[in-house]
Design a protein around this ligand. Structure first.
Ligand code: UD1
Ligand code: CA
Length: 470
């Protein structure tokens, strides 16, 4: 069966009270329309047409998808008029046209597939998905004839009091055979709104003897339209839950699923445990058997297998290799490659640096623009001084180096293999391999200094007392 999809996205979205086009409002990091497009693309349509309006450049610039073209509806004259604008892009197409609203982000490919199967099996010219809405006010109501077959759709503003009680509503998902698209030109202007309603195609097709059917499949959770900010929030919460539940099915443990935020393009390996208030964003990949403790925020990063990430850690644009231990309170920034079995501990910030296997920076350090080998020990309070006010410079620390606590490494500088740097040093020159570098002032002892100080204080006190007694 040949399939084309049309997504209607040219409406003004006034009810959002926002300057952003409605379908561009995001759930997590993706605009609503991208979710619709992603679901539709699972059906492998021959082509997909998005009808765009006034803000078309904004939508066209952000959409990702193959075989997508755009049709322009200059003036938002209704959903019927919008679909007719896609006709030119479907001119040489012969098959079924699946029509959806761009504001229905929760729609799943499974329901769409099921719907198309029913449409084809029953050889309908026009089919529609309906669903039961808790509060049907925002939707067109499905009207049925005495035999229970769909006869027409009435929008809330045009409905009688009796019709307003109907809970079965139009999802805005239609399957229309190319041959029936010609009916669009007969849609009358709706006098109350001054628009051409696509919903009219149902009664027109029926009256012309075309086979029309509606299928009450799917739920409001999946088919809800988003017209307002509060509906966007509702859709966001439903999407959040759906994504987390999907990962639970795949073997991920969430200690508190209601406080986990997993973005749609994130991937998580089996047996990973996720504690409360964890954010996994963007294209983050988490390996198998990881443990992610509370308040961790990971953005566009790759976490290997068996990694332990302790509380309140931020990781953005970094790679963390298997069995590393990160945090608590660590900050891994863009361009980091943290080696396997390494340890980045509390209050350690790492930027654009490679950390070798088994290397440890356990406390209070800044490592920036550094290349650090395997088995290195970075003492507490180590700072790479990577910025000279103009340029960022590199620190290289070779395998098995020991950097004592409170060391400053003034880049560019290199510490050779197996060398030691004494605590409290400021290293400005390259350190040869297997040597000890020390750059602190030598310790002096002034014998008896404290005794003299004590004597001075006591004699001062005596003088003051004598003065008072006089
Ligand atoms: C529409 C249906 C309603 C259905 C509901 C499902 C009509 C008249 N009403 O109502 O029966 O229950 O969807 O969610 O069709 N659009 C255009 N051009 C326009 C107007 C709208 O492209 O001139 C696009 C919008 O961007 C949107 C979609 O069509 O993505 C639906 O428009 P919207 O205004 O949201 O219609 P609803 O009032 O929700
Ligand atoms: Ca809508």
């Amino acid at each position: 069966m040949k399939l084309a999809c049309v997504i209607l996205a040219a409406g003004l979205g006034k009810r959002m009270n926002s300057s952003l086009p409605k379908v561009m409002h995001k759930i997590y990091d993706k605009p609503m329309i991208q979710y619709v497009l992603d679901s539709v693309s699972k059906l492998r349509p021959e082509r997909t047409v998005i009808v765009v309006g006034e803000h078309h450049e904004e939508i066209e610039g952000s959409i990702r998808g193959s075989a997508v073209s755009f049709a322009l509806q200059r003036e938002a004259k209704g959903t019927g008029d919008a679909l007719s604008k896609a006709k030119a892009a479907l001119k040489d197409f012969d098959g079924t046209v699946l029509v959806l609203n761009g504001d229905t982000p929760l729609v799943t490919p499974e329901t769409l597939k099921r719907f198309l199967r029913l449409h084809h099996k029953q050889r309908n010219a026009v089919s529609l998905i309906s669903f039961i809405a808790d509060d049907p006010k925002a939707y067109g109501r499905i009207l049925r004839d005495s035999l229970g077959r769909i006869s027409s759709i009435v929008e809330d503003r045009d409905a009688t009091e009796g019709q307003k009680n109907i809970k079965e509503v139009n999802s805005g998902v239609y399957a229309i055979e190319q041959a029936a698209l010609g009916l669009l030109k007969d849609i009358p202007l709706n006098p109350s709104k001054g628009e051409y309603y696509l919903t009219e195609v149902i009664s027109i097709a029926k009256n012309r003897g075309y086979k029309v059917n509606s299928y009450c499949i799917g739920s409001e959770n999946e088919l809800m339209g988003v017209n307002t900010k509060s509906e966007l929030l509702k859709a966001h919460l439903a999407m959040r839950k759906r994504i987390v539940n999907g990962w639970i099915e795949k073997g991920i443990t969430f200690i508190d699923p209601d406080s986990a935020f997993v973005y749609p393009d994130v991937r998580i390996g089996g047996d990973t445990i996720i504690y409360p208030s964890v954010y996994l964003e963007g294209k983050t990949r988490v390996g198998k058997g990881c443990v992610i403790y509370p308040n961790v925020h990971i953005i566009d990063s790759e976490i290997g297998d068996g990694v332990l990430i302790k509380d309140s850690t931020v990781i953005e644009g970094a790679i963390v290799r298997s069995k590393a231990v990160i945090g608590p309170f660590a900050h891994l920034r863009h361009g980091c490659d943290i080696g396997s079995e390494s340890k980045i501990g509390n209050f350690v910030e790492v930027k654009k640096s490679v950390i070798g296997q088994g290397t440890k920076a356990s406390h209070l350090s800044y490592i920036g623009d550094a290349l650090i080998g395997k088995g290195v020990n970075i003492g507490a309070g180590t700072i790479t001084c990577n910025y000279d006010g103009k340029e960022k410079r590199r620190t290289t620390i070779d395998d098995n180096v020991f950097i004592g606590s409170d060391t400053q490494l003034v880049a560019p500088v290199r510490v050779g293999k197996g060398a030691y740097v004494g605590a409290g040093s400021t290293i400005t020159k390259d350190v040869p391999p297997m040597s000890l570098a020390l750059s602190r002032a030598e310790q002096k002892h002034i014998e008896g200094w404290a005794l003299k100080k004590q004597f001075k204080v006591q004699s001062l006190k005596l003088k003051v007392k004598n003065r008072k007694d006089r």
